[in-house]
Ligand binder design. Sequence first.
Ligand code: NIG
Ligand code: FE
Length: 391
Amino acid sequence: MARILFDNISLMVTNDPIHDGTPLGIINQGAVLIEDGKILWIGESSSAPRDDVSEIVDANSQCVIPGFVDSHNHLVFAGDRSSEFRARMQGEKYTAGGINSTVEKTRLATRESLVSNVKSLVSEANSTGTTTIEIKSGYGLTPAHEKRSLDIAREFTEETTFLGAHVVPAEFIGNSDDYVSLVIGEMLDEVASQSKWIDVFCDRGAFTPDQTRTILKAGIAKGLAPRLHANQLEAGEGIAIGVEFDAASVDHVSHFTDSDIALLSRSNTVATFLPGAEFSTRSKYPDARRMLEAGIDLAIASDCNPGSSYTNNMQFIIALAVRECFFSPEQALWSATAGGAKALRRTDIGVLKVGARADLLILNSSSYIHLAYRPGVNQIEQVWRDGKRIK
Ligand code: NIG
Ligand code: FE
């Protein structure tokens, strides 16, 4: 079995506070030894075990960080919505209704073309540092089309999410309760074996709080775990429902109240910011500071989808979180790695410690601050996932 030693790391972010008492767990002049896709040893280079090492990777005095965990994406779709984006940049408002135009194209697309689109998006994400990606359905919205989307998603990740409740499809407009019955009945039966998570877009123009509760309950009864699209378009009950159901994460949280902060701070639910959506819909960015002060665990994710956020670059998301949502560079990096892992209830990723999956990035600079400081410039020199180099 190959033992690989990463050495000559000027600054290593581990997300294990044991090293320096801070959340990023920094090791200066570090090294990390991996074997069989897992971390075997981590610490200062001067005390690295060097016996039986089959390969040394020289980090060239640059910074090493855990691979990004992108916990919110909609990758199974056909077509794009560039005209809608152009109209928004001229002042049109984003609404949930645009989703149906992608549903129409996705239903008509061949399986092969959908697979090839997901493949190219995942490979783009990998090359910019993402080593774990969550993928939702939600552009099929019939039992067969949602099953097809989740079967495809499963080819790329274990983090698959059933989002049959993305929007009420055109053929059910005016009969949303009938659509909810389909989602919690035949559709859920079709997709349950392929889905880890169940998600609902609980917001204006999508699903009501009562419908959201009904859908989450049905999903949980089938063994799926809850997460939510909450409060993207307006302050509502989304965050409170997420906490009520012990959702792993409530996502978007573009609008929130003091009572939402109080609920989250007493919960095990992560709040996930998706500032790519504010960027692409020209909306007001949420300010993370009050949540951070309340000690709430925050994640950031790209929300890659053709409507509200057509990017899968976590470096760009870090830059937006710092510049627009008032994360510090340290908080943004934690949220893009350990925060994303917590939003997926995972302890084996988003962290560099013995036993964790060997997912790590060698940057082409000596400081992670450059991720936000040099927006639009790829800062990733090498990407290692599960102990294998993928860039
Ligand atoms: O997370 N808000 C709901 N779903 C996506 C947008 C989907 C679309 O516009 O196609 C989101 O932003
Ligand atoms: Fe989304």
